[in-house]
Design a protein around this ligand. Structure first.
Ligand SMILES: [Mn+2]
Length: 342
């Protein structure tokens, strides 16, 4: 089926006002997932559709200003409502993820979902979905969602609230247009969003200028006391313990972006942040140029993602995680990195 036919079928499905819709982001939603959820729910509002936003965990504070995001139902504190809506819903929208496995504790329920699935995403190797819009070339799910909305309903339906949400996703997923953002099309979409009333300063203010003092101090602590740069490899590692997170009054999203900072050093080609959370240790990988850190995350750390930005997690003590990273670095740098500068 061509994209055009998929859009036509989706539009027909959405013409039924009795249809109930569940919108679901990936676990630990980021700016792109939250922006896409916000924009899509606002679109459904404009179309007069009944939707709910369900999340397996919580949206971080810095994204809760996005319209409709604070109306999300978390499976952690309202599991009954999530289950009930999924029983009644005929359409499940997977945003910014390519597999139900990225839905955390919601996965066992969404695996049994019998309705149709709409996927809008930009990660490689998408699984299933009735209506699939997946393109790894776009900057973000929000960029792809813009194109879908414009093609299906026309640009005019995009009001400033939708435009702000879409831009929030494009901006955060590209590190303020520093990576994953070399296609002219991305800037044409941003230009359209500005013309449709998007408030760029307001979005930037919410996303980047409302940091707490403790968050800024945690960033400083990571760079000054925690970051190491390997001698053998152009690799920076930032391991953070649970006690340190508590000391700096950590809130979800507070370490967002820290892993990118070591890449400012010329010699560093790969940066990995390893964070000890309640039950698991989380890995966040970043790289420059052609270096595919998603392959490293997939092979050793139970994760995956994009070429230059990937994640993973393991149920091992933090020091063993750091050790595994150092040991597997030999494999990764010899197999996948030609230019080690060093
Ligand atoms: Mn994304």
């Amino acid at each position: 089926m061509t994209a055009k036919e998929t859009i036509q079928r989706l539009k027909q499905r959405l013409a039924d006002p009795s249809l109930k819709i569940a919108i679901i982001p990936h676990i630990s939603p980021d700016g792109d997932a939250a922006g896409a959820c916000s924009a899509l729910w606002q679109l459904f509002d404009a179309l007069g559709m009944q939707a709910r936003l369900l999340s397996c965990d919580y949206f971080p504070d810095y994204l809760r200003w996005l319209p409709r995001v604070s109306d999300a139902i978390s499976f952690q504190n309202r599991p009954g409502e999530c289950k009930e809506w999924l029983r009644e819903a005929g359409l499940l929208c997977m945003l910014d993820h390519n597999t139900l496995a990225r839905e955390g504790d919601l996965e066992p329920i969404t695996r049994k979902f019998r309705g149709e699935i709409l996927m809008i995403d930009h990660h490689p190797d998408p699984e299933g979905a009735t209506y699939r819009f997946s393109d790894t070339r776009v900057s973000s799910t929000c960029e792809l969602l813009y194109t879908l909305i414009a093609k299906a309903w026309g640009k005019a339906i995009i009001h400033p609230g939708i435009a702000n949400a879409l831009y929030a996703g494009i901006s955060t997923d590209t590190g303020c247009l520093s990576h994953n953002s070399s296609r002219p099309r991305t800037y044409r979409v941003i230009a359209d969003l500005l013309a449709l009333g998007m408030q760029k300063e307001r979005v930037h203010d919410h996303l980047y200028q409302r940091c707490s003092l403790s968050r800024l101090r945690l960033e400083g602590h990571c760079l000054l006391n925690k970051m190491t740069i390997e001698e053998e490899y152009p690799l920076a590692i930032i391991p953070v313990t649970r006690q340190e997170l508590e000391k700096f009054d950590f809130k979800d999203g507070d370490l967002e972006g820290v892993v990118n900072m070591p890449l400012a050093i010329e010699r560093v080609l790969v940066s990995v942040q390893i964070t000890e959370r309640k039950e698991r240790v989380k890995f966040s990988f970043r790289s420059k140029g052609e270096i595919p850190v998603n392959l490293w995350a997939k092979r050793y750390f139970g994760g995956g993602g994009h070429r230059n930005a990937a994640g993973g997690q393991l149920a091992l003590p933090l020091d063993e995680c750091v050790q595994l990273l150092r040991e597997s670095a030999a494999w990764f740098f010899s197999e996948h990195v030609n230019d080690t500068r060093g």
